[in-house]
Write a protein that binds this ligand. Structure first.
Ligand code: H2U
Length: 356
């Protein structure tokens, strides 16, 4: 018998983080053949008077949101990181008790004043305004002396712990480079030093040639299920040109980014005909004053759903105690995402209703 990746358990290596993932393809080669139940979603109003992110409403701390018309950002009223703290450090008992003060700040980014929309339901032009706001925030926050990393992210759906369905994301900016981007800095640097090209330029060149894990592509961006994906429908959006930070993208590339973000998430929603939950975020160069030519910007999407709108993958048991593991292969998941329409299911349903 000859080993093959479609049938036999194996491990795959993530060159960005230096970690391995256990793949058990024999356990669930066609996980979507079971029943797919459709969850009825509540219809939200365009403006909700009780939402703290809607335009003109009062937030918990008493501040009133402006009558914004596209995007809006504000400092998180319950920020996890604070700017005004004294610095301190503890290192006791042979390093067994170590701690260090951490300065930073947290912002909330509203993607649209429309309470009833999500990224896949927004126009590309509206999403482009979100990209522009990310650029503005990355520049402003990153230019502060003590801020060495700016993490842009979005928690979508209550299953991801998102507290409000109004389309929004967050930014945490801080003194240290956090764990995930720190691992990626080290591995990308080693690759760049050895090869003179970014790790992801070489990687996406192969992916585009092979095509099996690509789910969407436009002139400047590619969306794919990484070879080393952990979550069932995990993806990455990567610019084709090696840019270290979002502010290095040209106007045309920023439009293409918005287009890829929209179309990937439309496909996501279409899989189970439900607003697909995920945590997504941009990994890019630290704002530590260094050039970072090794860094190749990318956006990671980690959706928890596995088999239907209500069956999610749990990272428990073996995953908690030993190693991340998946059943369906990256290739199978990619085929499933790729085959989805670029028309959002709600648009299709609307068109069907109008034709009736
Ligand atoms: P989620 O993305 O997890 O839903 O978080 C929304 C953030 O909005 C959350 O971090 C903040 C919360 O602290 N928030 C405010 O800053 N002001 C408010 O009035 C309510 C919530």
């Amino acid at each position: 018998m000859k080993f093959n990746f479609e049938d036999h358990p194996h491990r795959r290596y993530n060159p960005l983080t230096g970690e391995w993932i256990q793949v058990s393809p024999h356990r669930a080669k066609r996980p979507w053949q079971g029943q797919v139940e459709k969850i009825e979603e509540e219809k939200r109003p365009e403006h909700d008077p009780s939402c703290y992110l809607c335009a003109g409403n009062t937030r918990i701390g008493g501040e009133v949101n402006p009558q914004y018309t596209d995007t809006f950002s504000f400092q998180n009223d319950f920020a996890a990181l604070l700017e005004e703290i004294p610095s301190g450090e503890v290192n006791d008992h042979n390093g067994l008790f170590r701690a260090k003060s951490e300065r930073g700040l947290c912002k909330v980014i509203c993607f649209s004043p429309r309470h009833d929309l999500t990224i896949p339901e927004m126009e590309v032009a509206g999403i482009r305004k979100v990209v522009d706001l990310w650029c503005k925030e990355y520049t402003e926050l990153g230019s502060r002396d003590y801020i060495n990393y700016v993490q842009v992210f979005e928690n979508k759906g209550s299953v991801m712990g998102c507290s409000n369905p109004h389309p929004h994301g967050q930014i945490w900016a801080q003194e240290s480079v956090p764990l995930e981007p720190a691992k990626k800095t080290e591995n990308q640097k080693n690759y760049f030093d050895a090869n003179g090209r970014t790790l992801l330029s070489d990687y996406i060149k192969q992916e585009i040639e092979q095509g099996t894990r690509v789910v969407y592509e436009n002139e400047h961006f590619v969306a794919l299920v990484p070879y080393w994906a952990v979550w069932p429908f995990e993806t990455m959006i990567v610019p084709k040109r090696a840019v270290s930070r979002i502010t290095d993208l040209t106007d045309e590339e920023k439009d293409a980014y918005a287009d890829a973000y929209k179309h990937l998430t439309v496909k996501y929603d279409n899989i189970f005909e439900v607003s697909f939950p995920y945590s997504a975020g941009i990994h890019q160069a630290p704002t530590d004053g260094e050039d970072h030519p090794e860094w190749h910007l990318h956006m990671c999407f980690y959706p928890p759903l596995l088999r239907s709108a209500s069956v999610k993958k749990f990272m428990v048991g073996y995953e908690m105690l030993a190693n991340a593991q998946r059943d369906i292969t990256a290739e199978t998941a990619a085929a499933r995402i790729r085959e989805q329409s670029l028309v959002h299911y709600k648009q299709r349903e609307l068109a069907e209703d109008n034709n009736r």
